[in-house]
Design a protein around this ligand. Structure first.
Ligand code: KG4
Ligand code: ZN
Length: 351
């Protein structure tokens, strides 16, 4: 069974073909990072327009890479939420039209669930994929530019949300702190790189105390970094986050980056370890763009008694393969396809 997956929830046009939820046959991601970098972040209207220009050629390219024609495709999976409305619309409308004209069943996919399914791709001749298949019960730390969630999966599509962010997502915090340190978008890789030259103990940033021990909060941490930067820049607290970096030398900015990254990673690790101890899952998966973070992988590996599972970087950030894989599992678990005339987008879809 071969499924074509379409992902356009944010600023990546990702299309891929996956066989039986495991084998990655064709996989193309067109990132718009270069376009949005000039604005310091994603501009929704620009993102939607770029998806529109790219989606049909990328779809053909994914089929070509898989050496398949439409006749050999058994179904289509598409992200219908969460994400930017205009971006989601381009993917969903395209999938809708393809499902009707090519006469294929259509599967509506939740983007956040999709991130976890990137870790079920363990076979490919062409692309790097995961080494080991996750086992249930599975604890997933889903961390991206829009999500920070700890989820316990009892089985496919049977899960419990243990906690989530009450304000900013962790990737959003990386992006905002990067901006205030004068670093390019996306902030995660920029901070990680600058942090290599800094001292993780230079500044002691606070950890949020929350009622639900598995919830996250990153907005206070981001503000604490801004206040520290303003203090170091001469104590002028009216300096905006766009101005403050100009008043700081490279080593100070590196120390801020390293201390911020350590604080963010420590929170993620502490909560994951607590959940591991309480629920004793058979696998722990980290998923989403922030799962690329080497410091997180290193500290979690060190503290967790079992191997952590994560995908190669190209499958951690947004892509069509995770959506195709999720749709395969919908088929294998006998979930019903959606009527292509009834699918709608849901920009604020939660788990
Ligand atoms: O999953 P993703 O591609 O898109 C969303 O669903 O949001 O994640 C993008 C996020 C961005 O906030 C980016 O800064 C962050 O992932 N990111 C990282 C790293 N690489 C990407 N954060 C920390 N360290 C990294 N190495
Ligand atoms: Zn994502």
């Amino acid at each position: 069974m071969k499924i074509l997956g379409i992902e356009t929830s944010c600023d990546e046009t990702g299309i891929a073909v996956v066989e039986n939820g495991q084998r990655l046959l064709g996989h193309v991601v067109l990132s718009q990072i270069d376009i949005h970098q000039a604005f310091g972040g994603i501009v929704p209207e620009v993102a939607a327009r770029s998806h529109l220009e790219a989606i049909i050629p990328i779809c053909q390219q994914a089929l070509d890479e898989a050496h398949l024609t439409w006749a050999e495709i058994d179904g289509i999976g598409v992200t219908y939420g969460a994400g930017l409305a205009g971006s989601l619309l381009v993917g969903v409308l395209t999938a809708q039209v393809l499902a009707v004209t090519k006469n294929k069943p259509l599967y509506a996919c939740n983007h956040v669930e999709g991130h976890v399914y990137a870790n079920f791709l363990t076979d490919s001749e062409k692309y790097s994929v995961c080494e080991a298949l996750p086992k249930f019960p599975l604890l997933a730390l889903i961390i991206s530019g829009k999500h920070s969630q700890l989820v316990l999966f009892e089985n496919h599509f049977k899960y419990q949300l243990l906690g989530q962010t009450i304000d900013d997502a962790v990737g959003e915090a990386f992006d905002k702190v990067a901006r205030l340190l004068g670093l390019p978008y996306p902030g995660g890789p920029s901070i990680a790189q600058l942090a290599l030259r800094g001292d993780v103990q230079a500044f002691d940033f606070p950890d949020a105390k929350l009622q639900n021990q598995y919830d996250f909060s990153f907005s206070g941490l981001k503000t604490a970094v801004l206040r520290q930067a303003q203090l170091l820049a001469g104590g002028d607290y009216s300096l905006s986050s766009l101005e403050v970096a100009k008043h700081l030398d490279l080593s100070t900015r590196a120390n801020l980056a390293a201390s911020f990254q350590r604080a963010a990673v420590t929170t993620l690790v502490d909560k994951t370890i607590k959940a591991y101890q309480e629920f004793k899952p058979h696998s722990v998966v980290i998923a989403g763009g922030v799962a690329c973070n080497q410091e997180l992988r290193r500290i979690l590996k060190h503290q967790l008694p079992i191997n952590i599972i994560y995908a190669p970087a190209h499958l951690c950030t947004d892509n069509g393969a995770m959506i195709a894989c999720l749709a395969c599992y919908q088929v294998m678990e006998n979930l019903k396809p959606i009527n292509p005339f009834e699918i709608t987008i849901d920009p604020s879809l939660s788990m």
